[in-house]
Ligand binder design. Structure first.
Ligand SMILES: [Zn+2]
Length: 465
């Protein structure tokens, strides 16, 4: 909004509310999405590392023209098609190690909030109805264009399909009246479905209130999407600003070109992960500042892969050092490099600079190991702790050992807890526990007097009662 770095001060003490535009689930996630969502995952990890209590919401657009078009092509129900791609989206997010989002919210499940917001806009005179739908009159909102720093006259040029019933070419749809074969919901204006922009502000107003801390998304969403969000929310609630800090991720290019299906350089996350590891992808993305453009190539990913391997090899050798006396100096170096890492991250999440301090630390560890084959235990622990913290902020995690006994005991405990809810006939809670366990790969089977559980972990199947 201000086109410069701003000091970050959350609205409510130590609490941070963040919303990031999620996918329209009509196709598989591509590398552009991966770049954006990994950037916010790192931002979320870092905010939590700094001690903020972050609530991070992402929307799932499961009602949209693109979904309807593809569903028609495949002779499927639009909502069914959306559900399939939403499932694949979660699978991809998991493969990318993106696990910082507290809540995914579907547009189709927030129709009543959307209707409320449109009602407010109609009552206040910001919206009008025609025979095709309800539109936002952008000439009624003098701030329109304040995020993208554009004048109204310029905005008109961007419109692709002007609806002849609209007052002004730049007006956008809030509600689209029902057309045959499209999903629709009842509303005070007859059956129809929401426009795209309104879902985000209906959700954020419901979950966060009229103002919240951070709104993220890819740079191409600034106009018209985020501009429309500001117009909707600030007009409907009467509170300014909708968002205290706008954060946008830069473009992803593939070997110097914009990624597109017509150019044949369209890469899905699934395809990328067949060739490269999640850690290499994350290291590659983090090597560029989130808001700068980034140029993807297989060659660069191969380089990232080798870097990851050498980092992991250094850590493994370092762990194998025997107990000895030396290491205080290295511990001091690690302390300083970690401070600089944090300074870089504090400066607008500057991951490339932060990573340079990780690389320095690894090279210092290598130098240490050239001269020594032993280290004192507390320095060893400290250095490893610093490396692990740096890596976990970037989202490159060490392979964790699986503690089967602990897993078994925890699952039994949760199943026992669920039995207590069942005894009290609290079916909502017991079903919620079942579905949450299912997300973790733990299946339950209820019998009259017991519940059997089953966890598949790699090639291992663990069962219990
Ligand atoms: Zn959005």
């Amino acid at each position: 909004m201000t086109k410069k770095k701003e000091e970050f001060i959350p609205l409510k003490g130590n609490r941070v509310s963040m919303f990031v535009c999620g996918p329209t689930v009509y196709d598989d996630m591509h590398l552009g999405h991966a770049r954006t969502y990994i950037a916010y995952d790192i931002i979320a990890r870092y905010l939590r590392f700094k001690g903020y209590s972050l609530f991070f919401i992402m929307n799932i657009t499961d009602v949209d023209d693109k979904i309807i078009t593809r569903a028609k092509e495949e002779s499927k129900e639009p909502l069914e098609l959306a559900k399939e791609f939403e499932k694949r989206f979660y699978e991809d997010m998991k493969e990318l190690g993106i696990n910082s989002i507290n809540l995914f919210v579907r547009a189709s499940e927030h129709i009543s909030e959307i209707i409320e917001q449109i009602k407010a806009l109609l009552e206040k005179g910001y919206a009008y109805m025609t025979e095709t739908g309800i539109y936002y009159d952008v000439t009624r909102f003098p701030d329109y264009g304040k995020l993208s720093h554009q004048k109204y006259e310029k905005l008109i040029v961007h419109r692709i399909e002007p609806d002849p019933t609209k007052r002004n070419p730049a007006d956008f749809a809030l509600w689209k009246k029902e057309k045959p074969g499209e999903p629709s919901w009842s509303s005070p204006w007859g059956k129809g479905r929401p426009g795209w922009h309104i879902e985000d502000t209906a959700m954020t107003t419901a979950y966060f209130g009229p103002t919240y801390d951070i709104h993220g998304g890819a740079i191409e969403l600034v106009f018209p999407h985020h501009e429309a969000e500001i117009a909707q929310a600030e007009a409907a609630t009467g509170v300014k600003p909708l968002v205290r800090y706008w954060v946008h991720t830069g473009l992803l290019l593939v070997e110097g070109q914009k990624m597109s299906k017509s150019l044949g350089n369209f890469i899905t996350v699934r395809d990328a992960l067949k060739k490269h590891s999640k850690d290499a992808l994350r290291l590659f993305f983090a090597s560029t500042l989130y808001r700068s453009p980034i140029d993807y190539s297989d060659y660069k990913l191969d380089v990232a892969e080798r870097t990851i391997k050498s980092i992991k090899a250094s850590i493994a050798s370092f762990k194998a050092l025997k107990e000895g006396e030396k290491g205080k100096e290295l511990e001091e170096i690690a302390r300083k490099l970690f401070e600089r890492f944090i300074e870089a991250m504090d400066d607008d999440f500057n991951t490339p600079v932060a990573l340079s301090h990780l690389h320095s630390l690894i090279s210092e560890m290598n130098k240490f190991m050239e001269k020594n084959n032993e280290i004192n235990n507390s320095s060893k622990r400290y250095v490893l702790n610093v490396v692990n913290k740096m890596l976990s902020i970037i989202g490159i995690e060490e392979e964790r050992e699986f503690d089967e006994d602990l897993a078994r005991n925890l699952i039994s405990l949760i199943v026992e807890l669920r039995a207590k809810f069942r005894k009290k006939k609290d079916w909502d809670t017991s079903d919620w526990i079942r579905s949450k366990l299912k997300d973790l790969g733990i299946e339950l089977e209820d019998f009259r007097d017991k519940t059997r559980w089953r966890l598949v972990k790699g090639s291992k199947v663990i069962v219990g009662e």
